[in-house]
Design a binder for this molecule. Sequence first.
Ligand code: BG6
Length: 492
Amino acid sequence: MTAKINQSLEDFELIVFGGEGDLAFRKIYPALYHRLAEGQISERSRILAVSRKEPDLFEFRDQLETHLKSFVVDIDVTVLASFLGMVSIGMIDTAAKKQNAVVDQWFNKSVFDVRVFYLATPATAFGPIAKYLDVKGYITEYSRVVLEKPLGTDLESSEKVNDEVAESFNEEQIYRIDHYLGKETVQNLMVLRFANNIFESSWNAQEIDNIQITVAESLGVGTRGAFYDRYGALRDMVQNHLLQLLCLIAMEPPAVLDADEVRDEKLKVLRALRPYDSESIKSDTIRGQYTRGKTKDGSLPSYLEDIERFDSDTETFVALKTCIDNWRWGGVPIYLRSGKRMAQRYSEIVINFKHVPHNIFPEKKLIENNRLTIRLQPEERIELKQMVKIPGPGGYRYKPFALELDFSDHFEDRFPEAYERLLMDVVRGNQTLFMRRDEVKASWKWVESILDHWESEDIPNVLYEAGSWGPGDWIMNDDVFWVEPPIRNRNK
Ligand code: BG6
């Protein structure tokens, strides 16, 4: 069951570069379909998919229909027909400075103010596309441009892309997507922290022992091998998704929920991350690559087999220990890890509170520390581990027990996909969940301290078997173990 949303949006025009690409079919069109089905957008809005080659409208609509049917559960045929009617496809070749008649006519028939250019292409194309649109006079006062990650491969290339786009769009028109910020459970981090008073007084270095953020994927690199091999886990996941999660966990409360207020606070976190040096790069980072592995259903290929190459030094796993050098977080170790082809898909944030300072109970059994676990996916839940007395005689016997909030038990509606929320925010003109240029710059700067030292210190990849929990165990320097992989119903 899905709730109808009353907040319908004004009609808009959306132009999707890379309109026949994987991202468009898997994420962008299904997101728009859902928003149409739930009444948030109307079928008057116009969508133009842009291809670099001369396309065939009927073939494209067939493809679109097939993809939508495979990505949308319980598709409604009437809504599907309306959606297909909203979408046209045209051709723009920015290098040859050519476009077809469909594109001419589509822009000539423009009726709505809000015009969104979605660049679902490699970042190297962003500058040329922006320039092309500028020269054609397609960028209006109400136009917005959405940039997909990754924005470059390092600070310099990301700055170059940002400079090029900035020649045609001003910062208020630029929406740099990090789809993690559109996930319901990630947005709930703001509510958890800033709509509950009990956490704030213990949300600091005095009370928290360590923070762990894990994004583990069970899949390998799939068909994206050639792309992935140029990036690796650090650039693909840590530079954006994990750092954004960390920002939401560690930032100071913004005074209001305004795009720049929020982004100002996140920026301060990124700027306070301690850069790596030639010592900490060895003790506080692990990079790894998956080899062949086994599951109960058969064998899993190695990374090299997946990318069809004999050798590659690209990491498919990364674990880092870091610190935020500021007043609130001084000295609190923060562990970030992400990997492909791990035993299970799950993303989780764990806040480990400090142990009680003294045990008054005669049993003297270990009093476990409180732990707040925020599971982002695959299921959404929050657990707070606390010690409880075991009922009955026998004195003060105690054990850890978790208070659990499983979202699916309490909220029946379908959770909108990240792209649904983010696309609607672009149409609304709300930049809160998008990365500002200075944030991207600060995160690349920190990531470069890792990349540079991995290279100068010749840090090798540690091999791990596909389907395992990654290379070795998770102790980094100081006896703090990663929280064990998740098990449902920890109390049982
Ligand atoms: C993307 C990465 O940004 O995020 C992919 O490029 C990764 O490599 C994906 O698989 C993970 O997203 P999610 O939403 O499935 O956790």
